[in-house]
Design a protein around this ligand. Structure first.
Ligand code: NAD
Length: 511
């Protein structure tokens, strides 16, 4: 029998975790309802920032950038992030509690999300001594040609509910060592995790002598986000969320010639070829499709399986989903593998998508039902669903942020790649194969058209060392590792003449 925690128990647990992180929840009944998807109950009201408040926060972050932070040596800026990483290690369990309470993640995924913050802090500390520019051979004698990377300004970070802390850390750790200051507008669904992160960063700033205004928090909804997006003092808007949000935000930032880094929706597929190791592929597909209750941008939403192995493979997947169905419930319970959806809207979208898929000729092979409705009438626990489709119809081409896996079959590998790419989104894709030529074709220029392309591993669960992001409607941004830091800096190309002559480039003569 499944016993869910009560809203009162969760309020107490969240309050204790917040207090340990140094953030007192200001309980403002008229503010944003800090809701838990575990029960659907409201824990605390968090005051929302109005547009004037956003302007004041941007002004303070801008002054800290201009007067202090941009001139602080990068390795010294790294000290702030090193201290933040230490505090995150110390409060890993507290933050994971808040992630579970607010976003509904199972314990190991919540701890994993906090680990991702720690990892990116470590990465950023190293980066603080590696913000390299290049020197290039000049075509003119006695000249030096080089590039220098400078801090950009205020970075406005807008985040989604499903990675309430990791995405903030990807942006903030890197932006801070790059010499930028940050104003964060977290998802309206996850204000408490944001309060905790802000308090820890404020403590790190105090401990290392960094200005308090290197980071400002502006909780709120779309109006608050809009004020941040429109402020001309925000040099870079890094926005994570739906394609709908990106469509609204990108033209507004472009209209004022600001910079945008967009991390939007995905519609990720795995191809399972006849040579695939089916045990490994089953585990990769089931975690990719049903992990985080289907609420990752990299969640696998489509399975493209070769006709010859379709029956055998689907048998394994359906069996595994049957076992998952027994492990849906309290995400704090170590036995649970599937926690709740974020709310009623997500459940409604899942129902509507399943109805549409069936109307398009699809067959539900397993799952789709709501669970624990009697125990928690305001919470939305669902059985992850697998739906066999006759074709890649419009609903399959749409990201529904819930655990639905659409299955398509193929005969030729070219057909599989074409199906894989025939969606508007381009975040991540995988192939399960032991045929090296197929693997290479999938990775080649004519292969998968995504920002993240994997072989014999699922679509989700990226490491911080690589650049993260996707193409097409996913928005084109790259965050986290590799050279993603460049988006947070301004490049200056410098030519220095020590020749005593003034030869012009391209052999131009003048005076
Ligand atoms: P959402 O688009 O509803 O909201 C995301 C954030 O944008 C929130 O903070 C919201 O307040 C803000 N926002 C929305 N409209 C805005 C506007 N007009 N102006 C300014 N701010 C605005 O997304 P969500 O439901 O929180 O998250 C799920 C979505 O996020 C999915 O589509 C998922 O794929 C995507 N996502 C993408 C990535 C990625 O890295 N590509 C990562 C996580 C989530």
């Amino acid at each position: 029998m499944i016993i869910l925690p009560t809203t009162d128990q969760l309020r107490e647990r969240a309050g204790a975790a917040l207090a340990r992180c140094g953030a007192e929840p200001v309980d403002d009944a008229s503010g944003l309802p800090g809701r838990t998807p575990l029960t659907g109950g409201v824990l605390f009201g968090v005051p929302a920032t109005d547009p004037e408040g956003v302007g004041a926060a941007v002004g303070a972050a801008h002054a800290a950038f201009r007067d202090s932070w941009r001139g602080t040596p990068a390795p010294q800026r790294g000290e702030l992030v090193r201290r933040l990483g230490e505090l995150l290690r110390e409060h890993k369990s507290d933050l994971a509690d808040l992630v579970t309470i607010e976003a509904g993640k199972i314990r190991s995924e919540a701890l994993g999300e906090v680990q991702e913050m720690i990892d990116v802090c470590d990465f950023a500390v190293g980066l603080s001594r590696q913000l390299y520019g290049r020197t290039m051979p000049s075509e003119r004698p006695g000249h030096r040609l080089m590039e220098t990377w400078h801090p950009l300004g205020v970075v406005g970070v807008v985040t989604a509910f499903n990675f309430p802390v990791a995405v903030w850390a990807w942006n903030t750790a890197v932006a801070l060592v790059c010499g930028d200051t940050v104003v964060w507008k977290p998802s309206e669904a996850t204000p408490m995790t944001a309060l905790a992160c802000h308090a820890l960063l404020a403590r790190a700033a105090a401990d290392t002598g960094a200005p308090a205004d290197v980071h400002r928090l502006v909780p709120g909804g779309r109006e608050t986000g809009g004020a941040l997006v429109d402020d001309p003092r925000v040099a870079l808007v890094s926005a994570t969320g739906s394609v709908r949000m990106g469509r609204e935000v990108a033209p507004r930032v472009a209209a004022r010639f600001g910079k945008c880094l967009l991390e939007l929706g995905g519609n990720n597929a795995a191809v399972v070829a006849p040579s695939a190791d089916l045990d490994l592929a089953t585990r990769g597909v089931v975690f990719g499709a049903a992990g985080t209750a289907g609420q990752r941008c990299t969640t696998q939403r489509r399975l493209i399986v070769h006709e010859d192995v379709a029956e055998a493979f689907l048998g394994r997947v359906v069996d595994a989903y049957g076992r998952l169905a027994e492990r849906i419930g309290d995400p704090f319970d170590d036995a649970t593998l599937v926690g709740p959806l974020i709310g009623a809207g997500a459940h409604e979208a899942m129902r509507a998508a399943l109805d549409q898929a069936t109307a398009d000729g699809g067959t539900v092979l397993t799952g789709g039902a709501r669970c624990l409705e009697k125990d928690a009438p305001d919470a939305y626990y669902v059985e992850p669903a697998v739906v066999r489709m006759p074709a890649q119809t419009e609903i399959v081409r749409t990201e529904t942020f819930a655990p639905i896996l659409y299955v398509l079959t193929y005969r030729d590998f070219e057909e599989a790649v074409a199906l894989h790419n025939a969606v508007p989104q381009g975040l991540s894709g995988s192939v399960f194969t032991q045929d090296q030529r197929e693997a290479e074709r999938f990775l080649a220029a004519e292969g998968a058209d995504c920002g993240i392309v994997n072989v014999n591993i699922g679509t989700s669960g990226a490491e911080i060392g690589g650049a993260f992001g996707g193409e097409k409607e996913t928005g084109g941004g790259r965050e986290s590792g590799s050279d993603a830091w460049r988006a947070y800096m301004r490049r200056a190309t410098n030519t220095v003449n020590h020749s005593g002559e003034l030869p012009l480039a391209q052999g131009v003569n003048f005076l």
